[in-house]
Design a protein around this ligand. Structure first.
Ligand code: NAD
Length: 252
């Protein structure tokens, strides 16, 4: 609908799931979209989908846990599209579900590295660019597990709570510089991440679906709609906010 016409938007974890749906939605709304992901095939496919729909996209292979990758991602964004208006920091992982005392250090390090360090690095270089331009909007993909506990996902919940802390702090630090920072907190969303979790344990499907008073899993497009709104001028006075897109999961 042209709402983001001429804006430059970066989406991480954009090779699939929530990131792909959001990148495509931004492209449809007229944005120039930078697609970042570890996955080359998936990233190129997302960029191709945006271009096929008449939009502009650039894929940059990126490991968000590596500072040189993230710095290069922002440099490429600016050299290709001229600026950076909005960033959706969405790359994240969850792994096998274990009780807290059964998890090991390697699992802790993997999850914290991608979800916490990766998000921090992206915010760091995005904010440096946005400060030069006089503003911008950032949305991080946290989770309902960033607001309430998540049995068998203690480390994931810790990582998402950490992202909420960074969102609030960055909103406070950079509000006067014209940078808004918010999170989306999805419930259980129908993406490859969910498919992998259900493959590990198919018996969980009904229980997970029933966590949502709306009675279904969320779709990636449900989260994309929220992310676009938070990035838009309609949300000009919204910052430091965690927007639940959870079918009511946290209401009960
Ligand atoms: P997904 O696994 O389908 O997509 C995640 C993407 O991130 C993948 O394309 C993957 O290649 C990429 N990625 C992983 N590590 C990376 C790294 N180091 N550098 C760059 N890219 C990397 O998952 P999804 O369900 O679309 O999840 C997206 C985000 O939403 C994640 O942060 C996840 O924690 C969060 N989330 C998902 C759900 C859900 O139910 N699916 C619920 C709440 C929050």
């Amino acid at each position: 609908d042209g709402y983001f016409e001429g804006k430059v938007v970066l989406v991480t974890g954009a090779a699939g799931g929530i990131g792909r749906a959001t990148a495509i939605a931004f492209g449809r709304a007229g944005a120039n979209v930078v697609v970042a992901d570890l996955s080359v095939d998936g990233g190129h496919a997302t960029a191709a989908m945006i271009v096929e729909a008449g939009g502009k996209a650039l894929f940059v292979q990126t490991n968000v846990t590596r500072a040189p990758d993230v710095e290069a991602l922002i440099d490429k964004t600016v050299s290709y599209f001229g600026r950076l208006d909005c960033a959706f920091n969405n790359a994240g992982i969850e792994e096998e579900h274990l009780l807290l005392a059964d998890a090991d250090e390697a699992l802790f390090d993997r999850i914290m590295n991608v979800n916490v360090k990766g998000t921090w690095l992206c915010m760091k270089y995005e904010i440096r660019q946005m400060l030069k331009q006089g503003g911008g909007a950032i949305v991080n993909t946290a989770s309902v597990a960033g607001l309430v506990g998540a049995p068998t996902q203690a480390i994931y919940a810790a990582s998402k709570h950490a992202m909420v802390g960074m969102t609030k702090t960055a909103a406070a630090e950079y509000g006067r510089a014209g940078i808004r920072v918010n999170s989306v907190c999805p419930g259980v969303i129908n993406t490859p991440m969910l498919a992998r979790a259900l493959e590990r344990d198919p018996t969980r499907e009904k229980k997970l679906r029933n966590l949502h008073p709306i009675g279904r899993f969320g779709e990636a497009a449900d989260v994309a709609n929220a992310a676009l709104w938070l990035c838009s001028s309609q949300a000009a006075f919204v910052t430091g906010h965690q927007l639940m897109v959870d079918g009511g999961l946290t209401a009960i």
